[in-house]
Design a binder for this molecule. Structure first.
Ligand SMILES: Nc1ncnc2c1ncn2[C@@H]1O[C@H](COP(=O)(O)OP(=O)(O)OP(=O)(O)O)[C@@H](O)[C@H]1O
Ligand SMILES: [Mg+2]
Length: 287
């Protein structure tokens, strides 16, 4: 079993300590992944510094979840690419259990209540249930779930279910958190609230986050950097630094710097979405 990764002393990206450019927590070099005839990723290059919040956007089907499956240790990339975690080159399988991962669907178990869903990863890791429950109960207020510990997923709102899934991911204390469209199913208001809340908990716990979204505003509002992926096979087309002060206020979305960033990102995404659409049409015609 790997020792838990130390996160407490990590500088928050953008803070004075972080300007010394710490060595990356995660590095991917020339990462490629094919599934039979489908090339999902090709020559992907990316790195994430400790404490950074990196958001990922790109057309549907460009390989974002595939990238996460690799970094979570669930899939091996094709031979030839390089994966480095904490400076050491490794196989994807070595990362299994070393990063916390919230998959695209929240995957709450309907027969487990809030607390027992939240402790799932801790239990799988071997922590005694009573100890895991005690940890989860302490975190409930911060996740806006006080009084709901005994409720089952079908008794919760969409926003609450997402918070339970996020709580599970936070409870599994790892230096790197992967969040795959965690707010995708929420209405705009709940989503905006959840974004602000996530920034608060991120700043408190100082985790490193890789976050997939289809929402460009969300990518800018949350991120220190936004990675725009190309159409499939996915690689990083554009790496945009978001140089906006933190803490970020909701009004920032109308600030000229924000709007400028959004224009740049939308142009890049639109170009790739168009390619993705055209190749889907071409494929349709060929069959
Ligand atoms: N296990 C698998 N077996 C075969 N093909 C797969 C598998 N996983 C993903 N793919 C293919 O790889 C490509 C990328 O899929 P992926 O789920 O990574 O896209 P995505 O960018 O996450 O899309 P979305 O934005 O819709 O979630 C798709 O063409 C998909 O069909
Ligand atoms: Mg996906």
């Amino acid at each position: 079993m790997q020792a838990a990764i130390q996160t407490k002393d990590m500088p928050i990206a953008g803070s004075p300590e972080a300007t010394a450019k710490p060595s990356p927590l995660l590095e991917l070099r020339a990462v490629t992944k094919t599934y039979g005839p489908v090339a999902a990723l090709s020559g992907l290059e990316a790195s994430v510094a400790p404490g950074e919040f990196v958001t990922v956007v790109g057309p549907s089907g460009c390989g974002k979840s595939t990238l996460f499956n690799i970094v979570a240790g669930l899939e091996e990339p094709d031979a030839g690419g390089i994966l480095r975690f904490e400076g050491n080159s490794c196989h994807a399988a070595d990362l299994l259990g070393r990063v916390s991962f919230m998959p695209q669907r929240d995957l709450l178990l309907p027969w487990r209540n809030v607390v027992d869903n939240a402790i799932l990863a801790l239990e799988v890791e071997g922590m005694p249930r009573a100890q895991a429950r005690a940890k989860a109960l302490k975190m409930l207020p911060e996740f806006g779930l006080t009084g709901f510990e005994k409720q089952y997923p079908h008794q919760l709102s969409g926003g609450m279910r997402q918070r339970v899934a996020l709580m599970r991911t936070f409870l599994f204390e790892r230096g790197l958190m992967l969040l795959d469209e965690p707010f995708g199913a929420l209405d705009a208001l709940t989503r905006a609230m959840m974004q602000r809340w996530l920034l608060d908990v991120w700043q408190k716990y100082r985790r490193t986050i890789l976050f997939i979204t289809h929402d460009v505003d969300e990518a800018i509002f949350l991120g220190d950097r936004v990675l725009v992926m190309t159409a499939r096979p996915g690689s990083v087309k554009l790496e945009q630094v978001v140089d906006l002060p933190r803490p970020r206020r909701p009004e920032i979305v109308t600030a000229p710097e924000f709007v400028r960033l959004k224009r740049t990102l939308l142009d890049a995404i639109e170009e790739e979405s168009m390619k993705s659409f055209q190749s889907a049409v071409a494929q349709e015609k060929a069959t």
